[in-house]
Design a protein around this ligand. Structure first.
Ligand code: DMJ
Length: 656
């Protein structure tokens, strides 16, 4: 009916067209519009056109994915980058010729940036005079898909959009106080020294772990050395190659050049972010984001920076809660949730949401996008304000109400790296983040008062606290605290410094005891101080060792602080035990029972064995200026992130 009436009441067209003409004109017009939009999708490079036409002006490329996935108003939260710069060519958009692929496989140091005499010399050896690129010289352009395609051997890889922000890598490198790999003073003094041989042994272990992974599990998250296959696990939401990303910086550090190139090539060609599973925010952050960030800071290769930022964007929906405290699980496709085991799914875990600060500040630093820094700044604000029982931080917090959900306090699992990130935030900010410093020393004071104990046998340990009642046990995870307390001792109040140095040494000694009292000389997952037993596990379910790093991590910090040879002795005991009980024909494996000298392997070469355990051991037998603590802090997966001394857009400094 309406249709019939329409012609009667339609006024004459202002252009004087009659109805049939008008109809034809509209038909033509709509055809034209359809054609134009079709072109957006059909023309080559149409993704750029889509961005140009379809994205709101203030939106930064890349964020549309997150906004779309989460139904989250990220676009409104964005500001333009403070210092918009011409887009850096992304890997894949590079116009490098077919020589690139061959170059990539040949020369590793040539395409990174030598900073020290040793690195310069190695670079010169490996690539002729052109390798002697002084700091500040133009960075070699990254090679990517174009190169891979033209080599004819690598599979095609979708193009990565670039990040419209450039980071001045050379300015950053020139601010470092030490060459990244150090000057290797010990090698020139004593080329055949014991310590050098020990370092070489650890390097061989890394090479073996990598080669085994490559042979049986390349591209999978972890190697299963007994069954000689790969394992994806369920922590990474469909992301692959966790071992590769976690290994990059260790391979670089040990100058395993070919292996580093293999790892990098895999990232360029096979590390895809278009996954849709459920991931642990914490694990993806510390392993993948941490690994990519440190690989970028060590090499200046754009592919690592771009992948880190893109992956960081995929984590942002986790923060979409009433308090801004992120949930532990992020579904890369649609939603977020808390862990089912964390207070019946109602809680976020202190060590998880409290261990994002370092990486997220660097994501802002490298992207110019403030959203990352804002997210962790907000977590800090919530934690600063909330009441703390006796000054302690319980492990579970509701991301909805912002209240503690249970009064369980631990410096081991569930709490550990939250404390670590406070002191490291202070250090990474070049000692300007006073808030982090204050929070750290206040927390440590409370831990000392309420959790610290000395056993009848004279062993110092940090117990766990349940609403005022103590569990007299320490987890292997808590053994990182010796190193942390040593690291923080220097900036404590004058009257506390010596005390904290001593405390760090005592806790580390206790953790060594947990190793020394086992048959394998490797430590159990948890050890107790009760019923006359000290520093030993009391049940089989706590007697396993899964190649964890925390004890050697503390040896490394204590060594750097004291140069007491005992720490190298203890470190070497671990190397010997790993070789004897954990090395298998096809890689390293954890063991089920440290109290049995006939090893029963758990069939898992954990990614943190390559990222942390072997790296800390290698550093323990290296000079102090290799990844100097003046220049770097290690994230909780041992990925080095630089101390920020710049007044840069990300303000990794304390003014966040
Ligand atoms: C690592 O993934 C990290 O160190 C994390 O903080 C907890 N511990 C494991 C290794 O034990």
């Amino acid at each position: 009916m309406l249709m019939r009436k329409v012609p009667v009441f339609v006024p004459a067209s202002p252009w004087g067209l009659r109805l049939p003409q008008k109809f034809l004109f509209l038909l033509f017009l709509s055809g034209l519009v359809t054609l134009c939009f079709g072109a957006l999708f059909l023309l080559p490079n149409s993704s750029r056109l889509k961005r140009l036409f379809l994205a709101p002006r203030t939106q930064q490329p890349g964020l549309e994915v997150v906004a779309e996935v989460a139904g989250h108003p990220l676009v409104r939260e964005q500001e333009s980058p403070p210092n918009p710069a011409p887009a850096v060519p992304a890997p894949g958009e590079d116009d490098a010729s077919s020589q690139a692929s061959a170059r990539r496989r040949k020369g590793w140091l040539r395409r990174t940036h030598p900073t020290g005499t040793r690195e310069m010399a190695t670079a010169a050896r490996s690539s002729g005079s052109s390798a002697l690129r002084p700091q500040g010289a133009t960075a070699p352009r990254p090679q990517g898909a174009t190169a891979a395609r033209s080599s004819g051997s690598a599979p095609l890889r979708p193009q990565e959009p670039s990040i419209p922000f450039s980071f001045d890598f050379h300015a950053f490198r020139s601010r470092l106080r030490h060459p990244v790999l150090g000057t290797r003073a010990d090698e020139s003094k004593e080329p055949q020294s014991l310590v050098r041989a020990q370092r070489e042994k650890i390097k061989e272990m890394m090479q073996f772990a990598w080669q085994s992974y490559k042979r049986y599990a390349m591209g999978k998250n972890e190697l299963r050395p007994l069954t000689k296959d790969g394992y994806e696990g369920n922590m990474f939401g469909g992301l692959s190659g966790a071992t590769i990303i976690d290994s990059l910086d260790t391979l670089y550090l040990m100058e395993l050049q070919e292996e580093f190139q293999e790892a990098k090539a895999w990232v360029e060609e096979n590390f895809h972010l278009n996954v849709s599973g459920e991931a642990s925010l914490f694990e993806v952050n510390i392993r993948y984001i941490g690994g990519l960030l440190s690989a970028f800071y060590l090499t200046g290769e754009e592919v690592f920076r771009i992948k880190a930022i893109k992956l960081g964007e995929k984590l942002l929906p986790a923060f979409n809660t009433p308090t801004g405290i992120p949930k532990g699980v992020v579904n890369f496709k649609s939603s977020i949730r808390s862990w089912g085991w964390a207070m019946a799914g109602s809680s976020s875990v202190l060590a998880e949401f409290g261990s994002l600060h370092l990486e997220f500040l660097h994501l802002t630093e490298l992207s110019g996008n403030q959203v990352f820094a804002e997210k962790v700044r907000n977590i800090r604000k919530v934690l600063r304000k909330i009441d703390k029982p006796f000054g302690l931080y319980p492990n579970f917090l509701s991301p909805v109400s912002g209240n503690w959900m249970q009064h369980h306090v631990s410096v081991g699992g569930l709490g550990d790296s939250f404390y670590e990130y406070l002191i490291k935030s202070w250090l990474m900010s070049a000692k300007t983040d006073v808030e982090a410093k204050d929070m750290y020393y206040e927390a440590l004071e409370a831990i000392e008062t309420h959790l610290l104990n000395v056993s009848p046998g004279g062993l110092t340990y940090i117990a766990e606290w349940r609403g005022g009642v103590l569990d007299h046990k320490m987890g292997h995870l808590a053994c990182f605290s010796g190193g942390m307390i040593a690291l923080g001792a220097e900036d404590a109040k004058e009257e506390k410094r010596a005390r904290y140095r001593e405390l760090a040494a005592q806790i580390t000694k206790t953790c060594h005891e947990s190793y020394a009292r086992s048959d394998t000389k490797l430590g159990p997952e948890a050890f107790w101080f009760n019923s006359g037993r000290e520093a030993v596990a009391t049940q089989l379910s706590e007697s396993y060792y899964i190649l964890r790093p925390e004890v050697v991590e503390s040896y490394m910090y204590l060594w750097r602080q004291t140069h007491d040879p005992i720490y190298r002795e203890w470190g070497w005991e671990v190397v010997t035990a790993l070789e004897k009980y954990c090395r298998t024909e096809a890689g390293f494996s954890g063991i089920q029972d440290v109290y049995s000298s006939i090893p029963s392997h758990d069939n898992k070469q954990q990614t943190f064995f390559l990222a942390e355990t072997l790296k800390y051991l290698y550093l323990l037998f290296s000079e102090d200026d290799m990844l100097s603590l003046e220049d770097w802090v290690f994230n909780t997966e041992a990925h080095p992130l630089p101390v920020n001394r710049s007044d840069s857009p990300g303000r990794v400094g304390g003014q966040l």
